[in-house]
Design a protein around this ligand. Structure first.
Ligand SMILES: *[C@@H]1O[C@H](CO)[C@@H](O)[C@H](O)[C@H]1NC(C)=O
Ligand SMILES: *[C@@H]1O[C@H](CO)[C@@H](O)[C@H](O)[C@H]1NC(C)=O
Ligand SMILES: *[C@@H]1O[C@H](CO)[C@@H](O)[C@H](O)[C@H]1NC(C)=O
Length: 438
């Protein structure tokens, strides 16, 4: 955040720091030494390619020959003949400056570069080759100076025109579906420690139709010092709870169950004849009519993450209706449904996917338009609706998952999933696929 404050607006530095301190990330990406080594390897491979294509401008210089005096030479692309150039031991020291811009995208630039080439050997051939070869050491020293400056120029160019655009493929806002998106913008410039590079992201879901601030703040997120994977993702409970909040705000947490949805193998229908076994008065009041259940969450389900896993205790309202012959709905009763739901989390093709498991559910009668009845007798039939209709549909959606913040052409392997107090930790190794691969 400090880096994002424009210099003029930043009259009081202390104010900026205070702001920065209050912005806990909802999502942290940690690149470990193993990940940095891998990035380094990939970077060297790209640089080697660029340096191999290095074009030297015309080189000219003077050297003195005893008894002859000063000799001026010019090597240009018009020159007839050719030469072999051998460069040994190129040491390049590059310092990169990472930051974030106003849109929360990462930025990168070269802040320092120095090169040392231990030896340059030139051997000329062609008409005047013999002549040049006499003075190769003077020419070599000019070559070395030119090359040394060229290398840093190439590095700086490559950082600006390859690395910077590549980093900006990081999706800082990822649209997930018609209803919601994720804000993965950087809340602070990346922070380097002795062991890793940490990137703090907002990590917040939002409703596309009406984005509003989540009514709860992100808690501090302290990743464990694990380092056997190249990258770790810390997804806080804040991150998941904003998902719940956004989908609830978008009106997505409403689900209707009709008779047509009952699986073939299940031997009953969603109608008043079936339900009169539990609510006898239905048979007289609404004889032989189809029914409909409308499930909705009165508030966004709150989710907890702890060492034991990811747990939800959603409160679901189940409104039952009889469908009258003229298709209008007659309200029958309203049930409150609570239960413990746990989630299994995995990573598939750069997406976090989940599947829910529902434990025993508890029913309560919130309202009845058909008089009293024993709610507990509905327990088993409601369990069937939840486990064979609602859950498979929810899990099919969760199986599409949501994208992790990854720049283009990155594949993850050796996925690790761990639950910690208040956050989910995902670890992975990274494989970068250069452009043109399939
Ligand atoms: C209601 O369900 C029962 C059995 O579950 C079935 O025999 C009956 O035909 C159904 N009635 C309607 C209107 O679907
Ligand atoms: C449908 O039928 C019910 C009862 O027969 C009646 O009260 C209701 O007004 C009707 N609705 C419409 C839209 O005709
Ligand atoms: C859900 O879990 C909590 C705590 O683990 C427990 O007290 C409660 O009885 C459980 N609820 C149901 C419906 O199993």
């Amino acid at each position: 955040m400090g880096a994002r404050c424009p210099a003029v607006a930043c009259g009081a530095l202390a104010l900026c720091l205070a702001l920065a301190a209050s912005t806990n990330p909802g999502f942290v990406v940690r690149i470990t030494q193993a990940g940095l080594d891998y990035a380094h390897q990939q970077g060297i491979a790209v640089l080697e390619k660029e340096l191999a294509q290095l074009k030297l401008q015309d080189i000219s210089g003077d050297f003195r020959i005893r008894h002859v005096g000063k000799v001026h030479y010019e090597l240009s692309s018009r020159d007839h003949g050719s030469f072999d150039l051998k460069v040994e031991n190129v040491y390049i020291k590059i310092s990169l400056k990472l930051g974030s811009d106003a849109s929360g995208k990462p930025t990168i630039d070269t802040s320092d570069c120095s090169t040392r080439i231990s030896q340059v050997r030139v051997r000329f051939s062609g008409k005047f080759g013999w002549l040049y070869n006499l003075f190769h050491s003077a020419i070599e020293s000019t070559f070395r100076k030119v090359l040394e400056s060229k290398v840093c120029e190439t590095v700086a160019n490559s950082v600006r025109s390859d690395l910077q655009p590549y980093l900006r493929t990081l999706p800082v806002t990822a649209r997930i579906d018609a209803m919601a998106g994720i804000d993965y913008s950087l809340v602070a410039p990346p922070a380097a420690t002795a062991q890793s590079l940490d990137v703090d992201l907002k990590g917040e879901f939002f409703s596309l139709a009406h984005r509003s601030a989540a009514p709860f703040p992100p808690l501090p997120l302290a990743l464990p010092p694990d380092h056997d994977r190249m990258v770790y993702f810390g997804a806080s409970s804040y991150f998941f709870n904003t998902a719940s909040f956004a989908y609830h705000a978008a009106g997505a947490l409403v689900f209707e169950i009709t008779d047509a949805m009952i699986p073939k193998g299940v031997d009953f229908h969603l109608n008043t004849s079936t339900f009169s076994a539990f609510v006898p008065q239905l048979e007289k009041m609404y004889p032989d009519m189809l029914m409909k259940l409308r499930l909705s969450a009165p508030s966004a389900p709150f989710l907890n993450i702890g060492p034991g896993g990811l747990l939800l205790r959603p409160v679901v309202d189940v409104q039952a209706y009889a469908i009258l012959p003229n298709s209008s709905l007659a309200p029958l009763f309203l049930l409150g449904l609570t239960g413990n739901v746990s989630a299994v989390i995995d990573v598939k093709s750069g997406h976090v996917v989940g599947s829910l498991k529902v434990g025993r559910m508890k029913l309560s009668l919130k309202q009845s338009d058909v008089g009293t009845f024993q709610v507990r007798t509905l327990q088993s039939i409601m369990n069937i609706f939840a486990s064979s209709i609602l859950l498979p549909r929810l899990n099919a959606r969760l199986d599409q998952g949501f994208p992790l913040p990854l720049p283009d052409r990155i594949q993850l392997s050796k996925i690790l999933v761990q639950f910690h107090q208040n956050f989910l930790l995902l670890g992975a190794d990274v494989h970068y696929q250069p452009r043109g691969w399939r």
